[in-house]
Design a protein around this ligand. Sequence first.
Ligand code: ZN
Ligand code: CU
Length: 497
Amino acid sequence: MHSHPEAADTLIYGAMLYDGTGKPPVVRDVAVRGDKIAAIGNLSNWIAEEIVEADGRALAPGFIDVHTHDDTHVIREPQMLPKLSQGVTTVIVGNCGISASPVALRGEPPDPMNLLGEREAFRYPTFGAYVQAVNAARPAVNVAALVGHTALRSNHMDRLDRAATPEEIDAMRAQLEDALAQGALGLSSGLAYASAFSAPTEEVMALAEPLAQAGALYTTHMRSEFDAILEAFDEACRIGRHARVPVVISHLKCAGPSNWGRSVEVLASLERARASQRVGCDCYPYDRSSTTLDLKQVTGDIEITVTWSTPHPEASGKRLSAIAGEWGVTQQEAAKRLQPAGAVYHNMSEDDVRRILAHPATMVGSDGLPNDPLPHPRLWGTFPRVLGHYARDAALMPLEEAVRKMTGLSARRFGLERRGEIHVGYHADLVLFDPARVRDVATFDNPRQAADGIEAVWVNGVLSYRDRAPAGDRAGRFVPRGAIASGDAAARSGETF
Ligand code: ZN
Ligand code: CU
């Protein structure tokens, strides 16, 4: 017994604690002091400003959205409700080869950089300028950032439908090295997109070389998620081996009906590769994808819904086949007339989605598109959907494993130090949720809806969301790269990546 009670800012009593490592939950009290977790255990002799009775509800590390396109959104809409309302406390931006920084545009942003905003949204010629802007905006969630290969290409190349010259690669490398020195997590690529497809493997290899020394990583929206997926996966692994860096395959999926069912062989390849190098993946829990309207994906064999179109805003929410019918043209022709535009593609099989999501090497990432007027529901629904629909209702995995995929695994892979697990001395990013009620509410027709069952969210010790509404201050900050897969967290779990 302490003779003097210990004092905390916040005490959470009687929580079912999911610590982010994948261990089964235990009932504990948790004390928060300042921005850190001060104590865990039976804390009945403690006192605090704020007392929360968890009554057996789940307390987990704040969720980490490892795959976002929130680059400019965290500054424009710092309340970040689409993410905060899911229990997300950290977003990783700069995915798929597109990042808001370092970028100096010469004209309109090239596809798919336009997913991040219009021309005036790109105001960060250096990574340092972006870091400053994030901290000045003080978003409600923490922000960590990758540098996009396509963004670097657009800075230094007059056209993107060719390979970069050695001089251009040098200039891109210098910019990447500067960003790494200022805390960037690594390099992302989007080799499937026309703006990067002409980049040979060697271009990315050369660019990835400075990553190892910085302790950074390589993430990729692979060159193909369709029939050539295994070749594309092999290319990603070769880049990782060449640069001696960890690889994250973004939004792993088997796209296109001719590819359905191939998650078995794709995951077998992943497991083989993991025996000799650090490689993992993320995915979102839906069987439909979303990005800009891509003529290559207009094949007539899947349902495509237009979400936005600059020349035809009235097309939002309509099927591409219906628009083509109205106009009396082919779907290809309609898709051309709608450009620039965005779409949702019904291009995955549910079995593949489940198999990939359940794999132990898979993290959860939303790939949400916050600038889309009719966003894919993954923007508001990803994390509660994994917890409620897939872990609880479909029994695809235990809840502690679902939590690990959105917290501990993610923090370790990306080098987010002292986040993603609940231990004394870690940052107090926490989410209290009701495991019996948690569920995604956002739908394709009505996508801007907060989840049910997310009861309270703390970011850096500050209560930031409660009772379906923002609470108090915004307390997020820019999070620079820490050490990847090292330190006590990795040692405890025995995993390296
Ligand atoms: Zn992507
Ligand atoms: Cu993406």
